[in-house]
Design a protein around this ligand. Structure first.
Ligand SMILES: *Cc1c(COP(=O)(O)O)cnc(C)c1O
Length: 348
């Protein structure tokens, strides 16, 4: 096998949803965010698994993600669109029964003119300054909007991965001021907000990254593993260099494996001379520069050298690999998910 394989453990995914559902509390519904093709892992298998686990409300970024999702979910579950109702979306929204989370007065007007009576939700900006109606805009249209009976009022927390951030309580207070007394279903918490406790849960939580085994849900199970085949192994003599520009030189004779993945496969070039691959619990430091399709690493500690080394596995999860290049688990998932053949295990 010449290329790496991403293995996705659907049983772990379902367990993570159940754990976040338990953390959301008994009277709170738990949705599932499956935007960007299920965080890169495949919206179809991911959504099917989560629906079987009990999720009934799904969230995507844009209406174009709707058809693939509606096909696997069938007619029952709700599909909300964070990007709202964009020009040209009306047909998809109507045919697939999507629920746009309207972000602006323009979107409100567009939706009500194009699809009168079609369900919608409202996204409010409580301080992230990314999407949603500002408090003053909401004030101006609130009564008209409420009389149309929105399906959901929601907002998004900017700093919920940090429980000590003052912005969390500030956004909560703003959200309450904008929505208390409406009697409508509300949602504020993604994964981080779900872990901040019941004040943040309202009627519906909507975790994403925690389902897929990422921080801040540190108790979650790893969902993804990635093993990279070893193409060749050689003994590099003391004084010899490895890779482009020989940026690593052997102090002593070193057994070096060349594996089949590189920066074209999402293995960031910043891993050069700093990252690790793993053989079970044995670390194999990356030696020299990451090439487009190849990486050298130190396998002196291994006998025999296995057929593949792990870039993601029990010893190194998505957040650990992300930390080695200064990014976050979200980016590792969405980058790798696009590039590798996916293999699903633990069918729910
Ligand atoms: C992506 C996203 C989520 C899910 O966030 P996680 O941190 O992955 O749990 C929830 N709500 C909105 C508006 C989002 O954009």
């Amino acid at each position: 096998m010449g290329t790496g394989h991403l293995t996705i453990d659907l049983a772990a995914l379902a367990d993570n949803w159940r754990a976040l559902d338990a953390a959301s509390g008994a009277d709170v519904e738990t949705g599932a965010v499956v935007k960007a093709n299920g965080y890169g892992l495949g919206a179809g298998p991911v959504a099917r698994t989560l629906a079987r686990a009990g999720a009934r409300r799904f969230f995507i970024a844009v209406a174009e993600e709707g058809p693939a999702l509606r096909e696997v979910l069938g007619g029952g579950p709700d599909i909300y669109v964070f990007g709202g109702h964009m020009a040209g979306d009306a047909e998809l929204i109507r045919e697939l029964g999507l629920i746009p989370l309207l972000n602006s007065i323009d979107q409100l007007t567009r939706h009500i003119e194009a699809l009168p009576g079609h369900p919608f939700g409202i996204q409010l900006d409580t301080g992230m300054n990314r999407l949603g109606l500002e408090p003053e805009e909401w004030q101006a249209v609130r009564d008209i909007v409420l009389s149309a009976g929105p399906a959901l009022l929601m907002s998004h927390l900017a700093s919920s991965d940090d429980p000590d951030a003052a912005q969390n309580a500030a956004q909560l207070a703003t959200f309450r001021a904008m929505t208390d007394g409406t009697g409508l279903p509300r949602s504020l918490a993604a994964t981080g907000g779900t872990l901040l406790g019941p004040d943040y849960h309202f009627e519906l939580t909507r975790p994403g990254i925690g389902l897929y085994g990422g921080a801040p849900f540190t108790e979650g199970k790893p969902v993804v593993s990635l093993s990279l085949p070893v193409i060749q192994t050689r003994l590099v003599r003391a004084g010899e260099g490895v890779g482009y520009s020989a940026t690593w030189t052997a102090d002593e004779d070193t057994l070096v494996a060349t594996v089949a993945a590189g920066y074209a496969d999402g293995m960031d070039r910043a891993l050069s001379n700093t990252g690790m691959l793993w053989a079970g619990d044995v670390p194999c430091p990356i030696l020299g520069r990451v090439s487009m399709d190849l990486i050298g690493c130190d396998v002196s500690a291994l006998d025999p050298v296995p057929e593949a080394l792990e870039a993601l596995g029990p010893a190194q999860g998505i957040d650990a690999l992300a930390a080695a290049t200064g990014t976050i688990g979200y980016e590792v998932l969405t980058t790798f998910g696009r590039r590798y053949a996916r293999r699903f295990t633990g069918h729910a």
